[in-house]
Design a protein around this ligand. Structure first.
Ligand code: HDL
Ligand code: ZN
Length: 443
């Protein structure tokens, strides 16, 4: 490898240079469900401070009972022999033991969600071959949450963790109201998540009306003023960097009666949410295509994917040119059209290989498509982590998959005679894993 970062790399030298650049580039993880210790933790640990309703999830029992694995264990231990409610009545540790037995001992843990846990254990210096969780539990019980966050972020090379902060979740809202500086941990940034406000506006209007923001079920001008005030107060309280919503496959804009938003939800989007985001230069993030609770017995594990509508994204980007949109879509089949839409609108930043797409075969396919259509002007990945330790595997795996695509693309570029240097590659890795998002939320 040439010592001079500005000297041209040979085709054979490119893969190692790309891998080094992507491994060493600190990430701004722009969508997670992670929290700092100020939000409490239900996990037994060396500080002895436990909050059963705490939001900071970490450690092997939380890792193994991540909802992806709950869905997978029910593939091998069907509800007919082990009813869902029986599983949910188990303690977290008992649930984890059940999953470890059936997915990691009696079967080969070869799925991405299973393999991810083994990558995390391995990178924490633990033996991934244990037959029970006891040795792992001992390790995690010796950790102190605050220091452990630093350790995980260092191993995963994550510089900033972006939270998801659902204001209509009573537990979350009360924590913010009870501790104004709860979100001041410099490692974390907040996001105002508002799903009910758009997806079930009449119920949301009833709730915010009890929070001193009187809003009518059929939103009139005064209601819209109150909703804008509600959004502004919470954006200030959280110091949020964007506003987010998850939308079902049926989401359409313009809405039709009976659509996902309905005419009231659409009016709130047009007259409150987007104007507040535009005046504060905050992106509005839409994660589109999740159909909730198709299998209610699985609870968080019971959600599904469904074909969504890109034309609705195009209509919003076109009709609201002063707004910045962040969009991730869940269906594999939507990815090409979404990438083409991003070619048409500079106020559309597409991001991540979300949820059921966060697997090697699909990250490869989607990243390849995006580089070919968008160059380096997109955000290739977010972790969507719910359990802190997942950062270790989600970023280890994603960096490798993304680097493999870019290595091939740089080799194709070099074949034209264009010089490809370490400096080029490091600059691009910085854009893709950090600066594209950082600049989009601040510009
Ligand atoms: O709505 C979302 O933000 C999704 O990411 C859900 O949280 C989903 O359950 C999830 O965890 N996906 O990975
Ligand atoms: Zn998420």
């Amino acid at each position: 490898m040439p010592q001079d970062p500005l000297s041209p790399l040979s085709s054979a030298e490119i893969p190692a240079a790309v891998n080094a650049a992507f491994v060493h580039q600190p990430v701004w993880d722009m969508h997670t469900h992670l929290y700092p210790p100020t939000f409490g933790t239900p996990v037994t640990n060396a500080t002895g401070q436990m909050d059963p309703n705490g939001h900071m999830l970490w450690g092997v029992d939380e890792l193994v009972t991540y909802h992806y694995l709950v869905a997978e264990v029910y593939r091998v231990q069907p509800a007919s022999s082990f009813p869902y409610e029986q599983f949910w009545q188990l303690t977290r540790a008992q649930q984890a033991d059940h999953i470890w037995k059936y997915l990691f001992v009696e079967r080969t843990p070869i799925s991405e969600a299973c393999r991810g846990i083994l990558t995390t254990l391995q990178k924490l210096g633990l033996d991934p071959n244990e037959k029970t969780l006891a040795p792992y539990r001992k390790f995690f019980s010796q950790q102190k949450p605050d220091a452990y966050i630093d350790r995980v972020m260092q191993i995963a090379n994550v510089k900033t963790i972006t939270m998801t902060n659902p204001v209509f979740d009573d537990n979350e809202r009360q924590r913010w109201l009870g501790a104004p500086d709860i979100g001041n941990d410099p490692r974390f940034r907040a996001v105002l998540r508002i799903d009910p406000l758009l997806r079930d506006y009449p119920a949301a209007a009833g709730k915010i009306s009890t929070w001193d923001y009187p809003a009518a079920a059929k939103p009139d001008a005064e209601s819209m003023r109150q909703i804008r005030r509600f959004l502004g107060d919470w954006l200030d309280r959280q110091k949020a960097i964007y506003v987010a919503v998850s939308l079902p496959p049926e989401f359409r804009y313009p809405a039709l009666p009976g659509d996902a938003l309905g005419l009231a939800g659409q009016a709130v989007l047009e007259q409150a949410v987007l104007p507040v985001c535009a005046e504060r230069k905050l992106p509005f993030a839409m994660m589109i295509g999740s159909r909730l609770r198709v299998q209610p017995g699985l609870r968080d594990a019971g959600d599904m994917v469904g074909q969504a509508d890109i034309a609705s994204v195009v209509n919003l980007c076109r009709d609201f040119p002063k707004n910045k949109f962040l969009v991730s879509m869940l269906p594999r089949e939507n990815q090409h059209e979404l990438a083409v839409a991003a070619r048409k609108f500079s106020n559309l930043m597409i991001f991540g290989c979300w949820w059921f797409l966060n697997n090697p075969s699909l990250v490869d396919e989607i990243t390849r498509m995006r580089v070919e259509l968008l160059g380096t002007s997109f955000v290739p990945q977010h972790s969507d982590a719910r359990i802190l330790d997942q950062l270790v595997y989600k970023w280890d795996h994603s960096r490798r998959w993304i680097a493999d695509v870019f290595a091939e693309k740089y080799q194709d570029l070099a074949a034209t005679g264009r010089h490809v240097t370490q400096e080029n590659i490091q600059r691009d890795a910085r854009l893709l894993l950090h600066d594209n998002f950082a600049e989009y939320v601040t510009r």
